[in-house]
Design a protein around this ligand. Structure first.
Ligand code: ARG
Length: 460
């Protein structure tokens, strides 16, 4: 097949030249954006008196037919035509003749591909935003349903202080709400039109780039034609968003894996979101969480991959840039899949209040409250800390927990202790003694729920 760029060539490309050049097997997913961009470009050409209304109508009709052909599976993408752009243009010319050949006036594939990928990102971000908002909303619902549940809060994965389970859920919701901000930042960056830049220098026609900008719903026009075709940082912003979000989901997954283990049993995942083992009949594995955690590596890799493609790349367009799309597509697909999996897991998760209660009761989780009690009675905090530590040590060596200590025993450590210490040692009261803003007390948790609901509302 004759190449669309074949005018100055005598020889056909070698087989390997075709094989290494081809991108249509993955960039064909941009067909919708490519057709939309081409229709807008043709309309602009007509409005600026560069092509006739008849040509514009023909082009529009032909492109709509191509879209139907692609969607009904009748379109044959040819590897010899390299990419999605040339496949569509070549079919257009088959369908409408010379009008099709006029479409590429005042345009290059360099501004075309940048336009397509920006449009694609804008479309995808709308979908990701809806998913992410759903996930935050499920977390808030789960928190709301379990405000009374108290669990151990950890540092170093050692029991630290009692926290509300809802507070822990909301900590993840806040992280994801920042991802939402990052996502919207990426949308803002992508929302600028490169169309009309031509190959790199602008075009020799009096076009109006603001026409295509408006037709394609871009917020602004990129003012430098070289930057239009050389820039890919709008993709990096998406890949960075995906990386941070995947990292958040991975950390949460790790907890889900840990909590559903037989040693923890803080939560239970239903049959719908677990898998069995082909050899060990008793197994019920949290594969979804493990896969989310595992996929994070690939998502990071995609970001580094594009950074590396861009490093040292001279202006303006270089063919290296064709290597941008697989990373972008893969990270977007992966993050959508991971968010969906997380939503399903949370829907299918049962909270084991009793186990969390046992864990928080049996691990000296109120040792800090004990020290604070003494500090309130006038002992300097450092000394109070020392006394509380000695009590833990005593309990450990005598095989006791805080609740089997008698008042007599505890009084031996300090005269300050009175009978109200029993209440202090109870982990369920501990969360309510937290007075600071953003703490794990019920009133602070409720405030968070209200704020997060506002964020959800704003992003729906
Ligand atoms: N498939 C190419 C890409 O993804 C389209 C632009 C090609 N431009 C060129 N001058 N060869 O970047």
């Amino acid at each position: 097949m004759k190449k669309l760029w074949g005018g100055r060539f005598e020889d056909k490309p070698s087989d390997i030249t075709e094989r290494i050049s081809v991108s249509v097997h993955y960039d064909k997913r941009l067909y919708k954006q490519d057709i939309r961009g081409s229709k807008a470009h043709a309309e602009m050409l007509n409005k600026c008196g560069i092509i006739s209304i008849e040509d514009f109508e023909q082009i529009k009709k032909g492109l709509s037919q191509i879209e139907d052909e692609i969607e009904s599976g009748k379109f044959e993408f040819k590897r010899s035509l390299e990419d999605v752009h040339m496949n569509i243009e070549s079919r257009l010319t088959e369908l409408v003749g010379d009008a099709g050949k006029r479409l590429h006036t005042a345009r290059s594939r360099n501004d075309q591909v940048a336009t397509d990928t920006r449009l694609y990102i804008k479309d995808e971000i709308i979908e990701i935003k809806a998913l992410l908002t759903d996930l935050i909303s499920i977390l808030v619902e789960t928190a709301e349903k379990n405000t009374e549940v108290v669990m151990p809060g950890y540092t170093h994965l050692q029991v630290a202080q009692p926290v509300r389970f809802s507070h822990h859920m909301l900590a993840h919701a806040w992280a994801l709400s920042r991802d939402l901000k990052r996502l919207l930042f990426a949308l803002d960056i992508a929302d600028s039109s490169p169309l009309g830049a031509g190959a790199l220098a602008g075009v020799n026609y009096s076009t109006d780039r603001t026409i295509t900008q408006k037709l394609l719903d871009f917020k602004s026009v990129n003012m430098n034609s070289m930057d239009c075709v050389a820039d890919r940082d709008y993709m990096l912003d998406v890949l960075y968003f995906c990386s941070v979000c995947a990292m958040h989901l991975s950390r949460f997954s790790e907890e889900i894996i840990l909590w559903s283990s037989s040693e923890f049993r803080f939560i239970r995942l239903s049959d719908k979101v677990t898998t069995g083992s082909s050899i060990m009949p008793q197994k019920k594995n949290p594969d979804l969480a493990e896969l989310i955690r595992g996929k994070t590596g690939r998502v990071y890799g995609n970001m580094i991959s594009l950074f590396t493609v861009l490093k040292g790349l001279p202006l303006a367009y270089n063919r290296d840039l064709q290597e941008d799309k697989e990373s972008l597509f893969d990270s977007i697909d992966t993050i959508k899949l991971s968010i969906e999996a997380m939503i399903e897991m949370l829907k299918e998760m049962t909270v084991n209040k009793e186990r969390m209660r046992q864990a928080v009761f049996s691990n000296y989780s109120t040792a800090t409250d004990l020290a604070d009690y003494l500090a309130r009675k006038g002992l300097p905090f450092r000394e109070a800390h020392e006394v509380s530590g000695s009590i833990v040590k005593f309990c450990e060596t005598s095989g006791k927990d805080f609740f089997s200590l008698t008042l007599e025993e505890i009084k031996k450590f300090s005269d300050c202790f009175e009978s109200d210490i029993v209440e202090i040692l109870n982990p369920e009261n501990s969360t309510e003694r937290k007075l600071s803003l953003g703490s794990t007390s019920l009133s602070e948790v409720r405030k968070q729920i209200i704020e997060l609901k506002n964020i959800i509302e704003k992003n729906r």
